[in-house]
Design a protein around this ligand. Structure first.
Ligand code: GLU
Ligand code: ZN
Length: 300
């Protein structure tokens, strides 16, 4: 049974880019007769805006994108993430780390590696013990340490994306040992998303291609936690009416869903970005009718 989801972070109202992800995942689930769940990813508490979750829900409803089952909140699943963390610690796959961004950058600079300001640094294994098995680290509640996963020596991940085809990433070369729980005690997106998708029995992950570079990390976590790997479909880059890639700026534009004509206009824009052509122009048609036509047009 198909189970899909839309997993927005409540850092603000839906914008053009997130509506594309919502519509794409909704259409794919509906086309395949599956369930479509809403999960509010409020794990990075400092970045969450109070009330944004409800705003997102009312925007989705205004667009006729109704979810199945009760919406879930990551903030109420801390115990699940802790359990997964402890499972991996017991398996001797994690190690504590006290590096700051700055100390990592300095270490890399000494090796002649500099990275762009906003680019993620490949972690060079500074705190990684020589022998993971010998290290008796069990102090998971101790604060001020981050927990990193020790990648196996050759960690080349290959998967087939349903839209983009075969994808490959060498985690050692491109990411390095990554963090599952931060030194401030917050679990990271990578761990939370994998635990939640497994717990909720998600079979199809349909989301924006901006998240593609995270997928290999998530597949690695699924492997070590013994979870089933879901199918992935990353929605191809969003094009504007001239066939140009939409800028970050445009994607971040606020959407207007205050009445049905506005909501329909936003849906039509999102559909265009998804490459859906020849849909009704929205004149004299309800949102439900338009969504049905879009579902028929969706290729899954
Ligand atoms: N919460 C993530 C975001 O809004 C999406 C997570 C996902 O779809 O895997 O970017
Ligand atoms: Zn460290």
């Amino acid at each position: 049974m198909y189970r899909g989801r839309f997993a927005p972070s409540p850092t603000g109202p839906l914008h053009a880019g997130s509506l594309v992800a919502a519509l794409g995942s909704w259409l794919d689930a509906r086309k395949q007769g599956g369930a479509w769940l809403l999960r509010i990813e409020d794990i990075d508490t400092p970045r969450c805006i109070p009330g944004a979750d409800l705003q997102i829900q009312s925007q989705l409803l205004a667009c006729g994108l109704q979810w199945d089952e009760e919406p879930e909140y990551q903030s109420s699943h801390q115990a699940d993430y802790q359990k997964a963390l402890e499972q991996l610690i017991a398996a001797k796959l994690l190690y504590p780390c006290t590096c700051s961004r700055q100390s990592i950058a300095q270490h890399l600079a000494k090796q002649g590696i500099t990275s762009a300001r906003n680019q993620e640094m490949v972690y060079p294994g500074i705190c990684r013990p020589a022998d993971l098995k010998a290290d008796a680290a069990t102090h998971t509640h101790e604060d001020k340490v981050a927990w990193r996963i020790a990648l196996p020596q050759d960690c080349q991940i290959t998967f087939e994306d349903l839209a983009l085809g075969v994808q490959e990433q060498n985690l050692n070369q491109e990411v390095g040992d990554f963090v599952l729980r931060r030194s401030d005690g917050l679990f990271t997106y990578q761990l939370a998303v994998v635990v939640d998708d497994a717990r909720q029995g998600i079979t199809h992950i349909v989301r924006g291609a901006d998240l593609l570079s995270n997928t290999a990390r998530q597949i690695h976590l699924q492997k070590v936690l013994g979870y089933v790997r879901p199918n992935y479909l990353h929605l191809p880059l969003v094009l504007d009416e001239h066939g140009e890639k939409l800028s970050k700026q445009t994607l971040a534009t606020q959407i207007h869903t205050e009445d049905a004509p506005h909501a329909l206009a936003e849906l039509r824009k999102a559909a265009q970005h998804l490459g859906l052509r020849n849909l009704p122009d929205g004149q004299g048609i309800t949102i439900a009718e338009w969504l049905l036509a879009a579902t028929h047009a969706w290729k899954s």
